[in-house]
Design a protein around this ligand. Structure first.
Ligand code: SF4
Length: 261
């Protein structure tokens, strides 16, 4: 059964770098990443939402979007910032696809971020240079995905989709985050991700773990609490790792930046 809830707006103002608005077709995300801080951000809006276990469709969101694009200046829309726009339910409902048609028809540039190869379904809409597509690639190892991103597609599927989209001339980027010390910050891991960036001409945006209360609760399932509470060590370690990543990017001619400078 597909459940829905009414919504008031389709486009929200965004404070994220490079985005003017965000469009989130769904509430909730079946990818259920343990490090996701969206549940913390939404806990006053939808306190009962079981993250990773349920998704709600926003009622009439496409009708609302059609009205809103007529009133707003066409500036970059992030699709999406609080859910994965290509999580499994999208295969059937195509709300993201229909939203992309509305946005591009109204002249809005669109920046997509996903972990799903389903995004390749919509490349026919993306050939007008007003789209860019970012893949979150936290690790090239399945073990990391199984542990931290239990409902998300495995890394090799994301990598193949990234390569396919890049080969069509669509602008792509890689979101390498969060970097979790001891889990996805080895030199070899970084090198593989940077090489992928070079191969696909993708900029790398990297980020650290943002430990909010609900993130901590979920991460405790797979990481010992002492490791998470030792924040000084993590910050020190990450300074080193960020420097190493940036050096690797320079070496491979890949553009690279911190997610929230
Ligand atoms: S895919 Fe993104 S929105 Fe979905 S759970 Fe993972 S981090 Fe959160």
């Amino acid at each position: 059964m597909i459940r829905s809830r009414p919504c008031k707006t389709a486009l929200s103002k965004s404070t994220l770098p490079g985005l003017a608005y965000s469009f989130n077709p769904y509430w909730g995300c079946m990818h259920g990443c343990l490090y996701c801080y969206v549940p913390d951000v939404m806990r006053n809006v939808m306190p009962d939402l079981k993250w990773g276990q349920e998704v709600f469709v926003k009622e009439k969101v496409l009708e609302i979007l059609r009205l809103e694009v007529k009133k707003k200046i066409p500036r970059v829309v992030g699709v999406s910032t609080a859910t994965d726009p290509y999580q499994p339910i999208e295969r059937e409902l195509e709300i993201t696809r229909k939203a992309l048609i509305i946005l591009s028809g109204a002249g809005f540039p669109v920046s997509i971020q996903t972990k799903s190869p389903l995004v390749t379904r919509d490349v026919d809409l993306m050939m007008n240079k007003k789209f860019d597509v970012g893949f979150t690639i936290t690790s090239t190892e399945r073990e990391f995905q199984r542990k931290f991103e239990p409902g998300a597609p495995p890394p090799e599927e994301r990598i193949s989709a990234l390569e396919a989209i890049s080969s069509l001339g669509i602008k792509t980027w890689i979101f390498y985050g969060p970097i979790i010390p001891g889990y996805n910050d080895s030199y070899e891991e970084m090198e593989r991700i940077v090489q992928l960036g070079a191969k696909t001409k993708s900029k790398i945006i990297y980020d650290r773990l943002n430990i909010k209360p609900m993130v901590l609760k979920r991460l405790k399932i797979v990481i010992k609490e002492e490791e998470l509470s030792n924040r000084d060590r993590d910050i020190y370690s990450l300074r080193e790792q960020f420097a190493r990543l940036e050096a690797l990017c320079r070496q491979h001619g890949v553009r690279c930046e911190f997610a929230f400078p």
